[in-house]
Design a protein around this ligand. Structure first.
Ligand SMILES: [Mn+2]
Length: 320
């Protein structure tokens, strides 16, 4: 089904008059890379498109080709699009287009490209491979199956999505296929050192200080052998760190050995708490915890959002 859908999707894309591309809010490297790879392909095919993300694109991904073509305003006439393509979204709510997609007209079809486990069914064609390390790896399969050439720009996007979503080839999602594709992307012109320079070796002093606070707040819950840390609004304010600085902390902290996994809780501006869960233990599926709390994600990396604030009481962190 997976590969058959690649071919059906290709025919639909070729026939489409106007395509709407969308990625999730607060996009990560994989989301931005996915939309940029698709933009590159649609431009070559001379297919009209509108690329959309509700959030600004983080600065460290602006080296990717075509990021300047991603809009954060909705177009006037959504019904003029005959094909909607959500990339790396994970669920309908993360497309940020719930009413547009659920209330779409008959002529509007949805083709979803993703590597997150399925949580809801909203698209007409699903191109999902949960074993893929990134959505760009799914797009690689799409290009290959349809004999679409992978030029330097596309190779850069595919490799960036893989390296950012695998924590620089560290997470268990890194398979033999992931490495093989990455090596092929380098042969096709992608430059891994440059990608790592932009996406990883770019930490600011304020960012490093916030990482320090997160390390300092680390505790181990002995009962479950699970590491827990918190980042409060005060921590973020005092360090002067930005949203982008917070990226990657949970992945880094999951290097802690002898624990089953890590939970990072972080206060957001809107009075909610964002939880990130990481594990490298084969027998632990953190998506089950995330799902129980209304979130989602992968078995090794997942997240959720709850209302409340973090308070330190009786020597421990609590949510109020
Ligand atoms: Mn992804």
């Amino acid at each position: 089904m997976y590969y058959r859908n690649h071919r059906i999707a290709y025919r639909k894309i070729k026939k489409a008059k106007k395509i709407f591309l969308v990625i999730h809010e607060k996009p990560d490297g994989d989301a931005v890379s996915s939309i940029c790879a698709m933009i590159d392909f649609l431009e070559q095919e001379k297919i009209d498109y509108y690329a959309y993300c509700v959030s600004d694109i983080p600065e460290n991904f602006l080296f990717l080709p075509h990021t300047e073509k991603i809009n954060n305003a909705m177009p006037e006439d959504f019904s003029s699009f005959d094909l909607i393509i959500p990339l790396d979204c994970g669920s309908l709510s993360r497309t940020t287009l719930i009413s547009e997609i659920l209330g779409r007209k008959k002529h509007q079809k949805v083709i979803e490209f993703d590597h997150h486990p399925k949580v809801d069914s909203y698209s007409d064609i699903e191109i999902r491979e949960v074993r893929a390390a990134s959505t760009t790896q799914v797009i690689y399969d799409f290009f290959k199956k349809n004999r679409i050439k992978i030029n330097k720009a596309r190779a850069t996007c595919i490799l960036t999505g893989i390296s950012t979503d695998t924590g620089n080839f560290l997470y268990p999602s890194t398979s033999e296929k992931t490495i093989r594709i990455s090596s092929e992307m380098m042969i096709r012109g992608a430059r891994l050192p440059n990608i790592l320079e932009s996406t990883w070796r770019n930490k600011s002093l304020s960012g490093m200080k916030l990482w320090g606070l997160a390390i300092n707040n680390l505790e181990i819950n002995k009962k479950y052998n699970f590491a827990v840390t918190v980042i409060t609004k005060k921590d973020i304010e005092e360090s002067g760190a930005t949203e982008e600085d917070i990226e990657g902390i949970s992945g880094f902290l999951s290097n802690l050995n002898e624990v089953k996994g890590l939970l990072m809780l972080r206060e957001e501006d809107d009075g909610t708490i964002k939880g990130s869960l990481r594990t490298s233990d084969d027998n632990v599926d953190v998506s089950k915890i995330a799902n129980a709390l209304g979130g989602g994600g992968h078995s090794k990396a997942s997240g959720f959002k709850i209302n409340g604030k973090l308070v330190h009481k009786n020597n421990r962190w609590m949510i109020e």
